[in-house]
Write a protein that binds this ligand. Sequence first.
Ligand SMILES: [Zn+2]
Length: 240
Amino acid sequence: MAYFSRLLNDIPGIRHSFLNVHESAAFDKSRLVDIKQVHGAELLSLTELPQQRPHVDGVITSLTAQQIGIVTADCLPLLMASRDGRVVASVHAGWRGTAAGIVQQSVRRFAASGVEAKDIVVAIGPHIRACCYEVSESFCDGLLQTPAREIVSRHLSALFFREPQNPNALSASARENSHQWFDLPAFCLLQLREAGIRDENIEVLEKCTYCTPDELGSYRRRTHVPATKTQQVSWIVKER
Ligand SMILES: [Zn+2]
């Protein structure tokens, strides 16, 4: 079964879905605006179909009946909409894109379409969570070299843990004693709040890609347990 956001479902005229790995495999991706995701911070403002495949990590549009989406396999899939259903966006936000500012860039693009931050609804679909996202000590140092350095340094204890958080039998096992566990959704939430998105307009679907192998594809899991490449498609469309 696909995953759905209660907040997005409440917006009239909007349809969306965070497809599971099986539904994603069957999904006809030619229905989506074709983008090449590059872990950056740029979005395509879609007013007409692009001639060439843009290298961007999100699409924002107020076009009716144009399905937009992203593909992920551990990174955060963000589906966004204005509260009035006039503007929608799909955003691929891994740690790199989030650190580079894709959340802020998305909010700026909504503003350019006349939507204030307080009127943006954000749903975060399945992603790798702090049960499974082990990172090296140097990962944190790297994050402190990015445009997100200030927010990271202010919230280190909310982002990094010495132990996995709420692990289960399927969670990634620790690889190194000196490693830490990173809370990727918390990193994104900090940026969403700082960009002015209201807590009540944010919904996190707390499904971990790594430790839900029956339903979700995980890039990280494939590096530990060789398997066929699988991904999740998340899409949103304005129907009127
Ligand atoms: Zn997990």
